[in-house]
Ligand binder design. Sequence first.
Ligand code: FAD
Length: 397
Amino acid sequence: MRDDTNVGGMNFELTEDQQLIRSTVAELCRKFDDQYWMEKDQAHEFPTEFYNAIAEGGWLGITIPEEYGGHGLGITEATLLAEEVSRSGGGMNAASSIHMSIFGMHPVVVHGSAELKQRTLPRIATGDLHVCFGVTEPGAGLDTTHITTFARRDGDHYVVNGRKVWISKAMESEKILLLTRTQRYDEVAKKTDGMTLFLTDLDRAHVDIRPIAKMGRNAVTSNEVFIDGLRIPVEDRVGEEGKGFRYLLDGLNPERMLIAAEALGLGRVALDRATKYAKERVVFGRPIGMNQGIQFPLADSLAHLDAAELVLRKATWLYDNGKSCGREANTAKYLCADAGFTAADRALQTHGGMGYAEEYNVSRYFREARVMRIAPISQEMILNYLGSHTLGLPRSY
Ligand SMILES: Cc1cc2nc3c(=O)[nH]c(=O)nc-3n(C[C@H](O)[C@H](O)[C@H](O)COP(=O)(O)OP(=O)(O)OC[C@H]3O[C@@H](n4cnc5c(N)ncnc54)[C@H](O)[C@@H]3O)c2cc1C
């Protein structure tokens, strides 16, 4: 028998407000064209004008609760914002300049004290406060439980020593969301215990920050961070001591969705550029896009981007409706990162030799799309999650 209670339960349409987010962000981003992003990338220069425009538009506080100066919207809206920003041609240079402000503060919103939230969130929403995210360490890699950066309690302070790597935007940031150990790995019963999270000043007197020379996304630095005797007041601790890893886990699914949206946007703009070029470029007396060797890979990318987008929409809907979404969030990140990169690779191929030139921008998209298969979580770790959590196979990690 048909279950009539479920009729109309499936809806693929964005609301009017969500469509407005898309069109307004797209219009704002049009002021920052490919030339702007190419120059920022080549000069290794932070896109301050873009960041300020996004801040002035009120977009940085999209998910920050209204009582702290934000709009209190969901991850669905945040992913629409991220996708449009990336799709504008700004790619990862644009997305990374605002990524942390958009959803990175989730552990603080959920677990931070009212005083910490009041002191930081309104400034993040206005764009005044730049923040970065300090988890990865050279000795631990993806096995976060093996971090060794240590915070020792000293009266009403903690004293921190250690080393982080790949910390994006640390150069430009006033504060860092920093994961430390307050109990050593071999002192805890459960390996995820004994870690503590802080939102604190990157006090340059005790923190040395060195940019890493890298393959792309050069407008935003990623850095080695050496921490030597950094004193952190207890008020900067997020939630309880020893529970930092658990707090971070809360934010992992939305983070995966956000990165998926950025990868999707990059794939879309790459496909747009490839299609345009394939129509215009005439070789052997015909537009190259008439050849199936060029046309089919582009059509195939369209199909893969569309399918990846659907999983992403389902994941954000589940999250915003308070339902479990681990499987969908991981799948969305996996499929969007692959579809985005493949589209960028094909866009480069479609442009032939000119694809390799900076002038046509697709080489920049290609370099930027590549990183989404590695960071913030590698494709292998996504498959590990699906294999062990969803399929119930034994864990390798
Ligand atoms: C541009 C960029 C920006 C970044 N920004 C930040 C940031 O702002 N903050 C931050 O904290 N970190 C940041 N990172 C770090 C990023 O999150 C890590 O690089 C990423 O999580 C991978 O960790 P790793 O480099 O240590 O790889 P490793 O842990 O050394 O792994 C190496 C390879 O082995 C694979 N592997 C390892 N174990 C397994 C297993 N059990 N099964 C299958 N495969 C396995 C991995 O998938 C990977 O391909 C950034 C990285 C990059 C490149």
